[in-house]
Write a new protein. Structure first.
Length: 403
């Protein structure tokens, strides 16, 4: 399978290193910074690097066509989803991403009602993808991605009725030498944490709350322990209800008070804004300035220690008719990902899932047309292959809460 990988940052580079060990994948790696693309392509002699502006739809379409690509793998930040999404459709190739098209808050009631939701622009084009007979697989990182596969698996194998689908993310990672060093793209982190979180309920549909709402302490496995988690905007809440029946769907992130306060300060100062401001004779985006001032997450691996956990907490009625509560999860140990792949845990855990998905598409185990989320496809082949990659998932039974 010939894949155009667009984006050679931390996740894109980890993707290339993982794909280099799988015989199905032939990569052409593109980035605005050719040096980054060449660095990622060094994962395998047969991989090639090119310079590409991800905003240039015509250039992307031409590259896909000239190189006879089978799929476009988007490893850029969410600003570039739509130009790459449209370019893949124009070239009649399959498309995968790990974050969906951006949201816009409701103009008058942002903390109660949804405006433009994550992925709305992509789903508006679903008919065109179906007519083309091509698959746009949206949200196939770890969260969204593996978390959605877990939701489908729970519905198919473990539950007769689901009350709660709750994605819960927590870690005990630390980065030495920095007071503030996010382990993932700060641009994306600001976007998802400061936008109004979306919740889905069976009798209300989608609605929003203020940022960092509904704090709860969630006990993470593998020694990570209890962490306070809060609502943030995330694609799973927009994807899961389309294909999995549940009474409530949420996404909560274990951020910690200090990190939340740092994000609130950025917001108060207007440094989360994406629209350019004038600085002397230049026009710059405040959020881009913040990102430029912080260390590149891809370079933090040798300074990081600890584990990161991504998973889906599910409650409801089991197949035996009894109350059931489970946590399906995946843990990445930074020491292992660095030793094995030279990539830090957060970006590696994100990158491994689209490689698995592409291998399933190449083998024919995953097929489809239109704009689909991971929960629209059979979960068992994915979970089996993920384990074959040397990165097993886990299933923890918990005592159902009494209501």
């Amino acid at each position: 399978m010939r894949i155009l990988l667009v984006g050679a940052g931390g996740v894109g580079t980890a993707f290339a290193r993982i794909a280099a060990r799988r015989p199905f994948a032939e990569l052409i790696i593109a980035d605005y910074d050719l040096t980054k693309a060449q660095h990622a392509a060094a994962a395998k002699d047969s991989f090639t690097a090119v310079r590409l502006d991800a905003n240039d739809e015509a250039a992307t379409t031409a590259l896909l066509t000239e190189r006879s690509c089978d799929a476009l793998m988007n490893a850029t930040d969410p600003r570039f989803v739509m130009p790459l999404f449209r370019a893949a459709l124009a070239a009649r190739v399959d498309y995968l991403d790990m974050a969906m098209s951006l949201s816009q808050p409701h103009p008058s009631e942002p903390y109660a009602m949804t405006g433009v939701k994550l992925g709305d622009e992509q789903f508006a084009m679903a008919d065109k993808w179906e007519q083309a007979g091509k698959l746009a697989l949206a949200g196939i990182g770890v969260e969204p991605g593996l978390s959605d596969v877990f939701a489908r698996y729970a519905a198919d194998e473990l539950f007769s009725e689901i009350d709660d689908l709750g994605v819960r993310d927590g870690a005990n990672l630390s980065v030495s030498g920095y007071d503030f060093a996010p382990t993932f793209s700060i641009w994306t982190t600001i976007e998802e944490c400061l936008n109004p979180p979306v919740i889905w309920e069976q009798d209300r549909g989608w609605f929003t709350t203020p940022p960092f709402s509904e704090p709860e302490v969630f006990n993470f496995p593998s020694g990570i322990g209890p962490i306070e988690c809060v609502n943030v905007e995330h694609e799973e809440v927009l994807l899961m209800p389309r294909w999995v029946n549940a009474k409530r769907v949420t996404f909560k992130y274990g951020l910690g008070d200090e990190f939340i306060n740092d994000l609130k300060t950025l917001h108060k100062l207007g440094l989360d804004r994406t629209s350019p401001v004038s600085v002397g004779s230049e026009r710059v985006s405040p959020r881009d300035v913040v990102a430029a001032c912080l260390p590149d997450p891809a370079t933090l691996g040798d300074k990081m220690t600890g584990l990161t956990c991504a998973g889906t907490w599910v409650t409801g009625t089991g197949k035996d008719g009894q109350p059931r509560e489970v946590y399906l999860y995946h843990v990445a140990d930074n020491a292992w990902t660095m030793a094995e792949y030279g990539s830090q845990a957060v970006v590696w855990q994100t990158a491994v899932n689209p490689v698995v998905a592409l291998e399933l598409m190449d083998s024919g185990a995953w097929t489809g047309a239109g704009v689909l989320g991971p929960e629209a496809l059979p979960p068992q082949p994915f979970l089996d292959l993920l384990t074959d990659y040397g990165s097993p998932w886990a299933h923890e039974e918990r005592k159902p809460a009494l209501h």
